[in-house]
Design a binder for this molecule. Structure first.
Ligand SMILES: [Zn+2]
Ligand SMILES: [Zn+2]
Length: 417
């Protein structure tokens, strides 16, 4: 029997792989420029970590985890998201002894046992940032700003931030009570999950895809129940966003599907992509580290789904600023010189050497089937003159230059094109 990929898993190939790499590289560079440092975390954690952080009445933990016992009898999960792991790592390595805030960037695969559909797989990649150890609304806005910066870098415009505040331990319990009361008359309209969660976690109704928008919009708004501290924090975030001219709108139905969030939650949407399409989401989680046994340490971050982003970029025909491709066609006698020439051109250009080294004509023919920009020809004549001929594959013309001047000559040809 032919062995294939497992249901919900996939290979990332061709243009997808190129975009994958580009997203990873650019997002890291941008986050790094804001002072966020790379953190690389294990894909497997104790299942309990996600029970206690993401929350055991969320869809993710109730239905979507890859959880199993290993041979040592440990109950483990493939991580369904990364923030809980960042928090676990923070506690485990006593990072609270560092000057705060600590800022991290991550990029890695997560796993959720969902029904596979387009752009949604059981193994998927997320990139994101976390800023830990500071309560200031400045950081909420910084995180949002970095998120926008990354997306804008890929030429997606007309971005808008949807924000909400979901309060804290002081103000949320009262809102939950009010919400439960408001939902009781609608009990029969609710899906079975929401009926079950009505008394334990009524906020989940607000992000349940099965419930009607008209119902959600008729419910009491959490921003009417915020305590002074949460209200002040939310006002400060909105004020800064306004001053920075970052377009935003308050969406009181936005709660995000994870229990650890507090105060600010947000999503970024683009009008270019249709209003319901969130590109990424995030928020503040001021109790997460404390709930996992660490010292009280607030945090804020966002996560972006890489596969969906790849699909969006492909649909929009995103062109990666390309490195020109060069092919070296040469007389077999001069193989080592061909290698040296390639060495002098890397990493400014993508350079391939013809593996066969047969007639130069045939090599140029092969190059013409490989989207090559320039062929560097090293034949008898060129070798005797310490030169290389550069053939412009688009225009068809050819010039001869000294080997030492090859790199600069190619750059000139590109600039004058
Ligand atoms: Zn509060
Ligand atoms: Zn529901």
């Amino acid at each position: 029997m032919e062995i294939k990929t497992v249901k919900g898993f996939k290979d990332i190939l061709g243009i997808d792989a190129i975009l994958f790499n580009e997203i990873q590289k650019l997002s890291y560079n941008i986050a790094n420029a804001f002072g966020y440092k790379l953190i690389v975390l294990p894909t497997v954690e104790y299942a309990e970590l996600f029970d206690r952080s993401v929350g055991n009445t969320t869809d993710i933990v109730e239905k979507e985890m890859f959880t199993f016992d290993d041979k040592g009898g440990r109950t483990l999960s493939l991580r369904p998201e990364m923030t809980a792991s960042v928090a676990r790592s923070f506690i485990e390595h006593h990072m609270e002894t560092n000057p705060m805030p600590l800022k991290f960037f991550y990029f890695g695969q997560c796993f959720r046992y969902e029904n596979p559909q387009k752009g949604r797989y059981r193994e998927f990649y997320q990139l994101g940032i976390e800023a830990l150890g500071d309560i200031s609304p400045i950081l909420d806005v910084e995180v949002i700003q970095i998120a926008l910066k990354i997306i804008e870098h890929f030429n997606i415009k007309n971005l808008k931030v949807k924000i909400n505040s979901i309060g804290c331990r002081v103000c949320r319990p009262k809102y939950k009570e009010t919400l439960t009361e408001a939902l009781k008359p609608h009990y029969n309209e609710l899906c079975s999950d929401c009926q079950r969660r009505l008394y334990t976690n009524p906020l989940r109704v607000l992000d349940c895809k099965k419930e009607k928008d008209s119902l959600k919009e008729s419910l009491p708004k959490i921003t009417d129940y915020l305590c002074d501290e949460c209200m002040e924090h939310f006002e400060e975030v909105k004020k800064l966003l306004t001053e920075l001219k970052i377009p935003f709108e308050v969406d009181n139905t936005l709660v995000r599907g994870l229990d650890y969030y507090t105060k600010t939650v947000f999503e970024v949407v683009s009008e270019d992509l249709g209003a319901q399409n969130a590109l990424l989401g995030g928020g503040r989680y001021d109790y997460l580290i404390e709930d996992l046994g660490g010292r009280k340490t607030p945090g804020v971050g966002f996560a972006l789904g890489v596969e969906r982003f790849i699909e969006i970029l492909k649909a929009r025909n995103y062109k990666i600023p390309d490195n020109k491709k060069i092919y070296i066609a040469y007389d077999k006698k001069f193989s080592s010189t061909a290698f040296k020439i390639r060495d002098s051109l890397i990493p400014d250009f993508i350079v391939e050497i013809d593996p066969k080294g047969d007639s130069i004509k045939k090599q140029i023919e092969r190059a013409s089937r490989r989207e090559i920009n320039f062929v560097c020809i090293l034949g008898e004549d060129e070798f005797s003159e310490n030169s290389v001929s550069i053939k412009d594959m688009e225009k068809g013309n050819q010039i001869k230059v000294k080997i030492d001047e090859l790199k600069e000559s190619i750059k000139e040809l590109i600039n004058n094109a």
